[in-house]
Design a protein around this ligand. Sequence first.
Ligand SMILES: CC(C)(COP(=O)(O)OP(=O)(O)OC[C@H]1O[C@@H](n2cnc3c(N)ncnc32)[C@H](O)[C@@H]1OP(=O)(O)O)[C@@H](O)C(=O)NCCC(=O)NCCS
Length: 241
Amino acid sequence: MCDHWMPTIKLSLTIEQFHELPRHPAYKYEYLAGQAWLTPRSKHYHAILDLKPLDVPVDATLRHVEDSDWPDLHHLFSAAFHRTQPYGSLDEPTRMQAAEEALERTRTGGDGPWIRQASFVALEDANIIGAVFVTLLPKGDLCDWDSYHWTAPPPPDCIERRQGNAHLTWIFVAPLLGGQGTGSVLLAAAVRELIALGYTQLVSTFMLGNDASMLWHWRNGFQLLSYPGSFRLMKERWKRK
Ligand SMILES: CC(C)(COP(=O)(O)OP(=O)(O)OC[C@H]1O[C@@H](n2cnc3c(N)ncnc32)[C@H](O)[C@@H]1OP(=O)(O)O)[C@@H](O)C(=O)NCCC(=O)NCCS
């Protein structure tokens, strides 16, 4: 994940002001010696979509990601996350650095092999206004922490042979163009390509506190998966041992 970009925030406040602070679920709030300490404690949840063609009117121009797109994608990523954790508390140069790191990781397989066929950019007047990136996670129980990273190098033909779970790693849209269906159109294109590749499900991850992301997943038909740290799930696993 990318939580290492979330800074600890320290604010000099009275205890009364501390109690008035609005709370964000990705932070732990403590008051120490006249200072509010906001320490990152992000919580990620996973969701799944059973794949069938999505009924979304496609009025945006979409195409696959091209090698020359990366600089524009870094800028767009940084802009899209400028108010969204884990990048929302960074200054602009640091957020750009984080954007480059995040997309470079995806491009080079750090999030699992990049399913290039199912990754798209959306264009308006030849400018990139949104993007979706899909990668391949290892096969495994999706309610298990270990199913979200490869512990051994994936086989070279793992995408074609569907030796894993397709994962929606990034979706982002230019902030001024949000809420106009671009994210859903990008998802529909990714879904169409995944179905053509023989995949039946798409997994995704969202951070608690990123309301737009959470609601977007929900509205597009994703179902919440059991939390890997679920006490009930852990008890069931212990019983089965
Ligand atoms: C999440 C994101 C990609 C959504 O893209 P979008 O193009 O704005 O989404 P859409 O227009 O397709 O919205 C589809 C549905 O999602 C929900 N939704 C999208 N943005 C929302 C917001 N800001 N607040 C509440 N609901 C939202 C709505 O229910 C909407 O359906 P409706 O228009 O019928 O009500 C976009 O907000 C974004 O880029 N966010 C910053 C990056 C990010 O957090 N990405 C997700 C994690 S990788």
